[in-house]
Ligand binder design. Structure first.
Ligand SMILES: CC(C)(COP(=O)(O)OP(=O)(O)OC[C@H]1O[C@@H](n2cnc3c(N)ncnc32)[C@H](O)[C@@H]1OP(=O)(O)O)[C@@H](O)C(=O)NCCC(=O)NCCS
Length: 185
């Protein structure tokens, strides 16, 4: 089903969240190949897998009108990473919740970009009538990302911690935390 309400762009004080350009693929590929960035994922991504992610992000915008935006710092850097909304592939009770997520190239960490971009994405999400709750999840040890969740006002309950079904039993990253924010918080 094609969405008629495309949220193509969001602007913040310093950032532009925008649709993906072919010119982003090289920088996106480099970010996904960086072990520092991918520390809390099963591994780095090869360039073809990285490119396929962008295909999926574009398809999700066409289908739902929202998705994972490329993040630009206008006048400074054309691509610093992504922030966006997705339906994660997880078993009940986690589906079909909308997840917010982020990934920035290492050299752009520590400037508050993830939180600033995610605030805009959260605000946009809660203007979509069918979205009442946003979740965010990560490996237990990803305290940097958990800090972003906390700064955004998402709340963690250990009752929601879970074993990520995409990772094998015993994998160091399998235990995940889930943070939530409701529309009427
Ligand atoms: C997570 C990520 C997007 C954060 O980007 P960022 O722009 O640096 O985030 P912000 O600057 O908005 O906020 C980071 C916060 O984490 C804090 N922080 C940094 N390192 C930390 C650590 N090791 N433990 C706890 N908090 C930490 C920062 O101090 C900051 O909080 P503060 O504003 O209270 O000082 C970025 O580190 C990244 O891309 N990581 C790799 C990908 C990833 O793990 N994505 C999330 C998967 S769910």
């Amino acid at each position: 089903m094609k969405s008629e309400k495309l949220i193509a762009e969001l602007r913040t004080e310093r950032l532009l969240l925008r649709q993906w350009k072919d010119a982003d693929l090289v920088a996106f590929g480099a970010m996904n190949a960086d072990p520092r960035v991918m520390e809390f994922f099963p591994g780095v991504l090869a360039r073809d897998e990285s490119d396929r992610r962008v295909d999926r992000f574009r398809a999700q915008f066409l289908e739902r009108g929202f998705g994972v935006w490329a993040v630009e710092v206008p006048g400074v850097t054309p691509f610093v990473g992504f922030v966006g909304l997705a339906y994660p592939h997880l078993p009940p009770p986690f589906e079909p919740r909308v997840e917010i997520g982020w990934r920035l190239a290492f050299e752009h960490w520590g400037k508050g970009y993830a939180t600033e971009a995610a605030r805009a994405a959260l605000d946009a999400a809660f203007h979509i009538p069918e979205i009442d709750e946003i979740v965010s999840m990560t490996a237990v040890a990803n305290f940097r990302s958990r800090r972003v969740m906390e700064k955004l006002g998402l709340r963690h309950s250990s009752n929601d911690d879970f074993e990520h079904p995409g990772l094998p039993e015993g994998h160091a990253l399998r235990r995940h935390v889930l943070y939530r924010l409701s529309r009427n918080f």
